[in-house]
Design a protein around this ligand. Structure first.
Ligand SMILES: NC(=O)C1=CN([C@@H]2O[C@H](COP(=O)(O)OP(=O)(O)OC[C@H]3O[C@@H](n4cnc5c(N)ncnc54)[C@H](OP(=O)(O)O)[C@@H]3O)[C@@H](O)[C@H]2O)[C@@H](O)CC1
Ligand SMILES: Nc1ncnc2c1ncn2[C@@H]1O[C@H](COP(=O)(O)OP(=O)(O)O)[C@@H](O)[C@H]1O
Ligand SMILES: [K+]
Length: 482
């Protein structure tokens, strides 16, 4: 599991470690890791031109000590000081001793234009609010520079705890972060500013409960349902799909396509698109009765392509099994009914649907995904999976939010959300919790999107067809294969 911790937790861990170590030891560990990453990117350090953008805090100190290490290996290093009288004194002295030089903000543009490598030490976890004007100008220079840009701990200008970006922010090729990932490094829009992220271990001891978690192959492998010798289709779980309409029969077909690859033993379909579903997937159990009379299921999916069929949504929400609500179902579901359910509910909005539920704009949701997903989960008393460039899954009672890193923008294709809801519903029927079902489905769906697209456009049915490949890939990390 990859984990990320908030600034407050990082500060607490740093304080306790610093109390046990000689002064400056942590910063030396950080600077050594930073300098090594820079050297690797440069290839040849000797003779390279390095510009450090140095703010008045310890983030600037890291940049200066790393710059000193590069200068000792023959790089020409110049530090642009945002606040010359408040620059980290030890770092500045080290750079000078190593032969580095110092410049003012006025000289930054020319220096950055000629640089091979720019190191962003403007602000790290001590940054508050949007960047101040001088810092914002330096950040903007980094955006237009042809040099490699390495951010120290975080790209300056992004919010460490939320991934929000309010105004100018450095756009890095690589971010070298210390001790732990910060949530913002894994959530867009900040994630995009970070480029690749390298974690340098500085020995921090962090609590067990993280603020953000990202599943990895081995975590997914451990959660995937696998049939045992005594399994039959009912024991494996039956998922009910109440989706599609005369107008949108395709949504039903795609949700069933996802569900058939999700580990349930059988897929039951109710709704007006039965003939389209059976024509494509004859293994589906199609019922022409409503959800309450369709036969037993261990989980329901309701909403994809449902149009205005509020009655079916209400009927499904009455079932005492886990329910996944997606697409039109989100608009049609009564909030108090969802809150009052005793069995778990998983809601899967994209940013536009989340915005409508929260009464804010789509841009606001996209700019502050973490806040939006937590707020929705709290309002509905349900697990919420917020789709998009970084998919987030939040439980209503708090706890670590899951972030999915496997997706690809090729997934932004009509119907791919329907495949996801079928897949997640199937995992619910196979008895995963709403949080695990949502995050495992997002993981497999993202991976399937990569396999299906492989650098070229793919349709939603291609994504569904690639789920088994994603599943096998994730299971490859497990020790026992079935
Ligand atoms: N502690 C440790 O053990 C270790 C810490 N490490 C490193 O320390 C970093 C944290 O250092 P930090 O606490 O000094 O804060 P930092 O990120 O440099 O920023 C504060 C400075 O920025 C300024 N500033 C604030 N907001 C601003 C804005 N919007 N726009 C412009 N300026 C703004 C603010 O100015 P002030 O408000 O004081 O006027 C202040 O001077 C951390 O990210 C990691 O890199 C590593 O060495 C590992 C060991
Ligand atoms: N930029 C992106 N990067 C990664 N995944 C994306 C991106 N945009 C959309 N997706 C994914 O594609 C799927 C689209 O779902 P949705 O918006 O519900 O589409 P539809 O309603 O057409 O099925 C979701 O799983 C979402 O997370
Ligand atoms: K920085």
């Amino acid at each position: 599991m990859r984990t990320a911790y908030s600034v407050e937790t990082v500060r607490t861990a740093e304080r306790s470690l610093m109390a046990r170590l000689p002064e400056g030891a942590l910063m030396q560990r950080a600077a050594a890791g930073l300098a090594a990453a820079c050297a690797q990117l440069l290839g040849r350090v000797y003779g390279s031109r390095v510009v450090l953008l140095v703010g008045s805090g310890d983030n600037g100190g890291d940049a200066l000590y790393a710059g000193a290490r590069l200068a000792r290996r023959g790089a020409g290093v110049t530090a642009v000081l945002l606040a010359p009288d408040r620059t980290h004194p030890g770092g500045l002295a080290a750079l000078r001793r190593a032969g580095g030089s110092v410049a003012g903000v006025g000289e930054a543009e020319e220096l950055v234009q000629r640089a091979d490598l720019v190191v962003d030490g403007i602000v790290g976890i001590g940054g508050k609010g949007g960047l101040r004007p001088d810092a914002a100008r330096l950040a903007a220079l980094s955006e237009t520079s042809r040099a490699i840009v390495v951010a120290v701990d975080l790209p300056s200008g992004v919010e460490a705890d939320s991934g929000e970006v309010r105004g100018a922010a450095v756009r890095a090729d690589l971010t070298v972060t210390f001790g732990t990932h910060k949530p913002g490094l894994l959530i867009d829009p900040a994630r995009e500013h970070a480029g690749s992220v390298r974690l340098v271990d500085i020995g921090l001891e962090l609590p067990e409960k993280a603020d953000l978690e990202a599943l990895q192959h081995a975590d997914v492998a451990a959660l995937l349902p696998a049939p045992a010798a005594e399994s039959d289709k009912y024991r494996r779980g039956v998922v009910g799909i109440a989706a599609g309409s005369a107008r949108y029969p395709g949504a039903a077909v795609l949700a069933v396509a996802g569900a058939l690859r999700g580990g349930a033993g059988a897929v039951r379909y109710v709704g007006p698109a039965g003939s389209a579903v059976i024509a494509r997937f004859p293994e589906t159990l199609v019922s022409d009765r409503g959800p309450a009379k369709a036969g037993r299921v261990q989980a329901w999916v309701v909403g994809p392509g449902a149009g205005d069929d509020a009655a079916t949504v209400a009927e499904v929400l009455e079932a005492d099994v886990p329910v996944l609500v997606d697409a039109d179902g989100l608009r049609l579901a009564d909030r108090e009914t969802v809150r009052g359910r005793t069995a778990p509910t998983l809601m899967t909005p994209h940013a536009g649907e989340a915005a409508a539920l929260l009464g804010v704009s789509r841009e606001e949701v996209e700019g502050a995904r973490l806040t939006a997903v937590r707020e929705l989960a709290a309002r509905y008393g349900a697990t919420v999976l917020l789709k998009g460039s970084t998919t987030l899954v939040a439980d209503p009672g708090g706890g670590p939010v899951r972030v999915n890193a496997t997706g690809t923008p090729w997934l932004a294709t009509a119907g791919s959300g329907d495949v996801l809801s079928g897949l997640a519903g199937s995992l619910l029927a196979a008895r995963l919790s709403t949080r695990d079902a949502g995050s495992v489905a997002a993981y497999l769906h993202g991976l399937a999107g990569r396999y299906a697209a492989n650098g070229a456009p793919a349709g939603a049915h291609d994504v569904a067809n690639a789920i088994p490949q994603a599943w096998r890939d994730a299971r490859g990390a497990a020790s026992v294969r079935g």
